[in-house]
Design a protein. Structure first.
Length: 147
C-alpha cells in the first residue's frame, strides 16, 4: 500500500479520491469538492490517499493542523474513509499511522476526530486504534438568511 498527499488541482482528487470519499460524504459533487478544497487549503485542509498495490484508491483522509486553547496544537481529521470493499484490510490503520506521522512532525499534542453517533463500526475501529472518547460534539443547524 502507498499513501500520498494530494494537492488542490490534482486530477486524482476527482478521479480517485472523490469516489471513495463519496462513500462517507455522498453530498459531494465534483464541483463542491473542488470548491471546498480550494477554500479549505489556505486554512490548512489537506487530503491523503491510500492506494492498493493494483493502483486503486482504497482510502482517503481529509485533515488539518489546528491551533486552539483546548489542545494547543492538534491534527484534526475531517474525513477518514476506507472503500467498503477494502475494509478490514489494514487501510484505515495505515491512514491513521500516516496522519500520526504528520502530527508528530508538526509537533502536535493530539490526533483527533469526530464520528457520527450512528457509525458504530467506525467507533469500534477508532477504539481499536487507541482513540479515546473524550467529548460530546454539539451542533446547532443554521438556516440560510431570509428563511
Amino acid at each position: 500500500m502507498k499513501i500520498i498527499d494530494v494537492e488542490p488541482g490534482d486530477p486524482r482528487l476527482e478521479s480517485d479520491l472523490l469516489p471513495v470519499l463519496g462513500e462517507l460524504r455522498p453530498h459531494l459533487t465534483p464541483e463542491l469538492f473542488r470548491d471546498v478544497y480550494e477554500r479549505g487549503h489556505p486554512q490548512g485542509l489537506r487530503f491523503s490517499a491510500a492506494y492498493a498495490d493494483d493502483g486503486a484508491c482504497v482510502g482517503v483522509a481529509g485533515w488539518r493542523i489546528v491551533h486552539n486553547t483546548s489542545s494547543v496544537k492538534k491534527l484534526y481529521v475531517d474525513d477518514l474513509v476506507t472503500k467498503a470493499v477494502s475494509r478490514s484490510g489494514g487501510v484505515g490503520h495505515a491512514l491513521v499511522e500516516h496522519l500520526e506521522g504528520h502530527a508528530r512532525a508538526a509537533g502536535c499534542f493530539e490526533l483527533n476526530l469526530d464520528s457520527g453517533t450512528h457509525r458504530t463500526g467506525a467507533h469500534r475501529f477508532y477504539l481499536r486504534e487507541r482513540f479515546d472518547i473524550v467529548a460530546f460534539h454539539f451542533t446547532r443547524m443554521l438556516k440560510p438568511r431570509g428563511e
